[in-house]
Write a protein that binds this ligand. Sequence first.
Ligand code: NAD
Ligand code: UDP
Ligand code: UDP
Length: 313
Amino acid sequence: MLKTKKILVTGGAGFLGSHLCEQLLKSEHEVLCVDNYFTGNKANILHLLDNPRFELMRHDVTFPLYVEVDEIYNLACPASPIHYQHDPVQTTKTSVHGAINMLGLAKRVGAKILQASTSEVYGDPSMHPQREDYWGNVNPIGVRSCYDEGKRCAETLFFDYHRQHSLRIKIMRIFNTYGPRMHPQDGRVVSNFIVQALKGEPITIYGDGSQTRSFCFVDDLVKGMISLMGSADEFVGPVNIGNPNEFTIKQLAEVIIDQTGSKSELVFNPLPSDDPKQRRPDISLANSELNWFPQIELEEGVSKTIEYFRKIV
Ligand code: NAD
Ligand code: UDP
Ligand code: UDP
């Protein structure tokens, strides 16, 4: 029989966090959602508010937090380049001070703690596809560094608390994930293109659109996350979770134009600096350790996401 746990989700009012809270509640757990609403909002979790096992707290993880929980999913951090670059110092503080506070909390209460890390720890990768033993190619002083280096430092902190204080940790390196509840102004590529296509506005391709990404649908991602948290204590990661099917950004635009039936034109804008040229996860570790494999391919996931945006745009 399933034991009900008290679970803290930081960043729980965001895109991934809201789906995670929903799934954890379905498994009868108690969920404490902590968020400062920087990029998330109450609308994402409105449907959970009248569940007695769900609690919402406005709190910034750069400040200490004293609560009693069994597990912590640390997702608090803006994920879209335009948002994490808006206040880069706060982004680093969120990753680094946020990790220290959540690790201190986990240490005090003996909780297991999972970090939402990112494929950005590989930077502009020279190994393709990216395996977990690749150390990455990250610019330490560029406009993306607040996010990339913040997340790398958080991984360091997780491993040091594990070695020094025997904390039970899990590190998940998330590759580009999309789906319903991305904010229409989130700025990431899938939501941008869908919103532009639905409004008949030009589709803004940065650069020539030959750079690649591999897109994972949110439901697959959340299953991987919960499965990692439930894995044996000896398995700490880091583990890549993402969909290995790789597309150029131009191909993504074509899929979205095709599925929306939009008359939008493609426009080519300058490529932002340090934009990685290619990205695809090697997921053999997730496959062997967690028996995890994504089920939803781009066409199906994009179609569900379009359905969501049709209702709100
Ligand atoms: P999101 O921006 O929708 O969610 C982030 C949430 O964290 C928001 O609700 C935001 O308000 C909250 N937050 C930010 N700073 C905070 C702070 N200081 N204190 C408390 N809450 C704070 O983004 P998302 O896509 O849901 O990403 C969730 C996590 O997953 C992030 O840590 C992100 O780095 C990681 N991730 C996501 C992806 C992806 O493709 N979606 C890829 C790699 C990593
Ligand atoms: N902390 C927290 N909640 C707790 C315990 C600790 O937010 O329940 C924070 C606190 O700010 C502390 C940090 O986590 O500074 C790191 O805690 P740790 O015990 O590792 O180190 P300390 O700084 O207390 O020596
Ligand atoms: N991108 C784009 N048009 C947009 C938004 C993003 O061409 O309107 C590109 C961006 O330059 C990058 C890719 O799409 O090459 C993925 O960007 P996103 O911000 O979604 O995530 P990233 O993987 O760069 O963190």
